[in-house]
Each structure stands twice: as C-alpha cells, then as structure tokens.
Write a protein that binds this ligand. Structure first.
Ligand SMILES: [Zn+2]
Ligand SMILES: [Zn+2]
Length: 297
C-alpha cells in the first residue's frame, strides 16, 4: 500500500489569485516601464506580479498606490555562472556571484524564494539542478524562451528531478521583455500560476507558494482535483488530453475522441513514486499540477 502526499490547492481554504513571477522592464532589457508593465498585468486580471530585472532590484514601492488590485513582489533575476536565478519577495538588491548557493542563502535571509529560470534555454545539465540545493522550483514553462527561440518547455528537467527524489515545484512564467513585437506573438500574459491564498496580501501568497498550493498554466483551467490512496480524479476546462505523468513509463495519457475531455480518473498502482498532471487544450495551452508523492508503507 502507498499513501499519496499532495498539497492540494482544491482542498485548501481561500480563493484563487493569478500571478506571474518573472518579468522585465526598462530597468533592464524590457520594453515597458515598471508602471506600464504593472498596468498590463492588472488590466489582464492578474492579482500579483514580481518584477525581476537582470541583476537589479526594481523599486516597486512607488507603484503600490497606483495598483491596489495588483500585489507587487520585489524581485530580481540574478546571473550566477550558468544559472539565472529568479528571486522574489526580497528586500534589497543582490549582487551577481560565482556561487549559486551563496545567492540562494542571501535570498532566504531576506525572506525571499528562488526559482531556477528556463533550464532548457540555459542548457543546464541534470547534475546542475540535482547538485544545487535551496531553490523552490524550476520554470516548467517560460513564455519568452518559447516565442523567441522555441525553448519554452523544461518539463523533462522536472521529471529528471522528480525521478531522483527531488520533489520540487514547477512554475509557468512569462519572463516578459516586450509588450508587442513585430513578427512574433507577445511574451506577456502567456504563462502564469494560479495560487490558492487565504487573503489578498503578500504574506498569504508567499505562504501558499511555499506550500505548493498552486498550479501552472498557459491556458487550461483546472476545476477540481480529488485524491485518495487509490484514485486521482481531475476536472478541467475542455481538454485534448489529460496526462498522469509518473516515474519511468508508469503513468497514463488519455485523449479526447469525439468530445473534449472534461475529467479523468487515474487508478493508482502504488509504484509510481510521483504523479503529476498535465492538461492540454485544443489551442496548445497546457496546465501543470505540482507533483503528488507516493509514500510506500
Ligand atoms: Zn534569464
Ligand atoms: Zn528573465
């Protein structure tokens, strides 16, 4: 027998808040000012945004009075060797360094968290991720890496980590640089997380992100997930496929035949080690849950 451990946002109290944790402005190589950037996200229904300019902390204090419906988390994308580390909820600027562990320690000292950005774009090796401690998750999807060079999806890295017992979270982000660029789609408002938070404030959002009470998406909406030790039941917006992804070949993918799928049930075998869900819609949008961990007893 096995027991499934999963921080299920659908069982948690609170309400859903949409957010993006990786964005650039004119303070680094982005096209829009911090004010314009915040305006884009607030007017598209986002409840929180982290501005993460390269190696520079953008001051968001002055923006707060103009954006009461958008919580602004101070952030920075720090270059460390071959890594780009996205830090959010930090207090002061963090200098680029050679040693990623010391950067992560400093982010934690400031009560922030770190996500390893775009592993595919960075061409990280699995050991680069397995050998680094202290990050909260990796970017499973990065919109700007997708629309500019077709390296947006890092889900293989995530499975390598999970396969090796590193039960880290996956985040979809924009990494937005341009609003609208000629000749290619925008990289803003394409990849986000849906966080279940108890209150509309920084502390509640950070608490829920730390506990894994969120899912990532580029389109599909997840309506419900129910998990017991034998079955996983998911309900979603209309989907082309619903996948239960597990260790090696132990998961299962279901496809829509005549009608779009709106739910799926997976019977747990007990030897999956972990199970994470991917839902794909007709337009190519994907939603990702955080991993469910099977504890054998
Ligand atoms: Zn980067
Ligand atoms: Zn970036």
């Amino acid at each position: 027998m096995s027991r499934i451990s999963f921080p299920n946002p659908f069982d948690a109290e609170g309400f859903w808040i949409k957010g993006n944790l990786h964005t650039h402005t004119t303070n680094s190589d982005g096209l829009l000012t911090p004010f314009q950037t915040a305006l884009v996200y607030q007017s598209n229904g986002y409840g929180f945004l982290s501005i993460t300019d390269h190696n520079r902390l953008t001051n968001v204090e002055d923006l707060r009075s103009d954006f009461e419906d958008l919580i602004l988390l101070p952030g920075e994308e720090i270059s460390v060797g071959g890594y780009h580390l996205v830090a959010f909820n930090i207090e002061s600027e963090i200098m680029p360094a050679d040693d990623p562990e010391s950067v992560i320690r400093e982010v934690h000292r400031q009560n922030g968290e770190v996500i390893v950005a775009h592993p595919y774009w960075s061409a990280l090796m699995p050991e680069d991720l397995l050998g680094l401690d202290g990050y909260l998750g990796i970017e499973v999807y990065n919109a700007t890496c997708d629309v500019t060079v077709a390296k947006g999806y890092s889900s293989v890295y995530w499975d390598i980590l999970l396969h090796n017992g590193r039960f880290t979270y996956g985040f979809a982000v924009d990494d937005a640089h341009g609003g609208l660029m000629l000749g290619r789609p925008t990289d803003a408002c394409k990849g986000w997380i849906m966080v279940k938070a108890r209150r509309f404030d920084e502390a509640s959002i950070m608490e829920s992100i730390r506990r894994g009470l969120f899912y990532s998406s580029t389109g599909p909406e997840i309506h419900d997930i129910q998990v017991d030790d034998e079955k996983i039941h998911v309900k979603t917006s209309p989907a082309k496929s619903i996948s239960f992804i597990a260790k090696n070949g132990r998961g299962r993918r279901s496809y829509a035949l005549n009608e779009p799928l709106r739910e799926a049930v997976y019977t747990v075998r007990g030897n999956e080690d972990y199970i994470r869900l991917e839902i794909e819609d007709e337009r190519g949008g994907v939603a990702w849950t955080n991993p469910m961990i099977l504890e054998t007893r």
